[in-house]
Write a protein that binds this ligand. Structure first.
Ligand code: RB5
Length: 158
């Protein structure tokens, strides 16, 4: 399995799932950076999403994991950044397709909607899938504002 550098963050609603996933990922020899939060004291999901986006900007090959109660707040917050393609997933299939079709670089999990084990299955489906690199998917992703440096159709647009 290809190993990524992983940046993981949650609000208070996701801290238990974050710790559960972090333990698993470290056992699997991923390089994990935990950006918090680290308690169940109430905090604001945009602060964590903004912090994760900055880390991804500095290390673009990293994969991000964001967790809140529904995943919705984190999804809204992190997708404001043009270099983020964040996928709020709801099944192993949706997680796999988020990589294969959308080249998602952040997975967003809903701690209060699924059991930890279910969320782990979603995460594993995401981490073990690769972007298909098919032109039709690249073209659609380019329309989101992301430009693939190796794509001929982008000459003059970068
Ligand atoms: C926290 O209570 C909850 O609102 C938050 O985790 C998230 O679900 C927001 O979208």
């Amino acid at each position: 399995m290809k190993k990524f550098n992983i940046i993981i963050g949650s609000d208070h609603a996701g801290v238990d799932l974050k710790n559960f996933l972090k333990t698993y990922l470290e056992q699997e020899n991923y390089n994990v950076l935990d950006i918090g939060t680290n308690s169940t004291e109430s905090c604001d999901y945009p602060d964590i999403a903004n912090s994760l986006a900055l880390h991804i900007k500095n290390t673009p090959s990293s994969i991000g994991i964001l967790i809140c109660g529904t995943g919705i707040g984190m999804s809204i917050a992190v997708n404001r950044y043009s270099f983020i393609r964040g996928a709020l997933v709801y099944s192993p299939e949706s997680a796999k397709l988020a990589r294969q079709h959308n080249d998602a670089n952040v997975i967003i999990l809903a701690a209060r909607m699924f059991e930890n084990k279910e969320n782990l299955d979603f995460l594993n489906a995401f981490l073990t899938a690769d972007f298909s690199k098919e032109e039709r998917h690249k073209k659609r992703i380019n329309k989101l504002g992301y430009v693939y440096p190796d794509s001929k159709e982008n000459i003059g647009k970068c």
